[in-house]
Design a protein around this ligand. Structure first.
Ligand SMILES: [Zn+2]
Length: 366
């Protein structure tokens, strides 16, 4: 780490913010797994199941899915509140009221209920109709669901939580479109999200593909960063588009869904036709997710480095690269020296010092 970028006090302060958050993430994983295990095998789980038993297989599957998702959310609520609101307020990031935060949770819960109930009812139905080859059918249906959700997310899911407006700075918009032309990925939509109604943190991302593809900048970013830094960040997002990271990520998620089905088939066989088995299935998914964290983070960091190099190639602006990444790190209080385990499992991006080193290596290369 170059000592001029961040002081020892910066590193310490970021660590004080992040260490409890890692503990919160671990607690959330543990609680989720514990709730699924309790719902699967404890007497209270059986009592709850009796509330929905006898609704017919489809009714039981959908209602049990709603109950399982609802109970899990309820047990998680204190940890979610601490992670999403209390700790964020304490560090001056959250701009949300408690009712506003609760409304977000309710919306998220409604989406989770709908998706889980639909998926579980489909899987139980397939296992009942085709006991011999339900895994093949379920893998196709779940992978198709992942593809559909990834495609419609920018126009169906994201607007549930944020409002998006076209960038209204015409000069900047023209510059960004020119960058897109240079990258060989013409930009149709650069949108601004009303991120400031939840947080002071800054952010940019690319989502969707084909007709739903767009680059989204947080309104907080436009306030915090100058035009050269915004261009640099959009050039980074163009790198993701040029290398088709959203499409590749979606294909990987579809493959992951199919793998989950195969593992569940190996463990449960035709018991999947019983709606009662959902908590076991979700527990298996949670453990597979845990096993997938490190490979997913490794791949994501590789894609982020590729996008960082693209941002440098497109703009040639090493100064803006350095300013943008120092400013992003300060604004979001990014962890500058994370514990090894947190880095391996959770870091979708290289640390700010790693990104700055990449920029300087790029500038120094002949
Ligand atoms: Zn990125």
């Amino acid at each position: 780490m170059s000592s001029s970028d961040f002081s020892h006090a910066d590193v310490e302060r970021a660590a004080r913010y992040h260490r409890p958050r890692y503990a919160g993430t671990a607690a959330a994983f543990g609680l989720t797994a514990g709730v699924y295990a309790a719902l699967a095998w404890s007497p209270s789980g059986s009592d709850l199941w009796r509330l929905v038993d006898g609704l017919g297989w489809a009714g039981s599957a959908a209602a049990w899915a709603a109950l399982v998702v609802g109970v899990t959310e309820g047990v998680q609520l204190p940890v979610s509140w601490w992670r999403g609101l209390a700790h964020e307020r304490r560090w001056g990031f959250s701009t949300q009221s408690t009712p506003g935060w609760l409304l977000d949770r309710l919306k998220g819960l409604a989406v989770a209920l709908a998706v889980t109930a639909a998926a579980w009812t489909a899987v139980v139905g397939l296992a009942r109709a085709f006991p011999g080859w339900w895994p093949a059918a379920a893998a196709v249906v779940l992978a198709g669901g992942v593809l559909l959700l990834s495609y419609v997310a920018p126009v169906v899911l994201e607007p549930i939580f944020n409002r998006f407006a076209p960038l209204d700075d015409e000069q900047l918009g023209a510059d960004l479109r020119a960058l897109g032309e240079a990258a060989g990925v013409p930009v149709r939509d650069v949108l601004v999200a009303d991120t400031s109604r939840r947080t002071t943190k800054v952010n940019a991302y690319v989502s969707g593909f084909g007709a739903t593809c767009r680059i989204v900048l947080s309104d907080t970013l436009l306030v915090a960063a100058g035009a050269p830094e915004v261009k640099l960040i959009v050039a980074h997002e163009l790198g993701h588009r040029r290398d088709r990271h959203v499409v590749k990520g979606t294909v990987l998620a579809m493959t992951g869904a199919a793998v989950c089905v195969v593992v569940v088939w190996a463990l449960l066989g035709t018991r999947v036709a019983l709606p009662r088995e959902l908590p076991v299935v979700l527990l298996v998914f949670t453990l597979l997710e845990l096993a997938g964290l490190a490979p997913a983070a490794t791949l994501s960091r590789r894609w982020e480095r590729a996008a960082d190099r693209c941002s440098l190639e497109l703009t040639g602006d090493v100064d803006a690269f350095e300013r943008a990444h120092v400013e992003l790190a300060r604004k979001n209080l990014a962890d500058l020296a994370p514990p090894r385990l947190a880095y391996v499992l959770l870091f979708s991006h290289p640390t700010p010092p790693e990104r700055l080193a990449l920029g300087r290596a790029w500038a120094a290369a002949p």
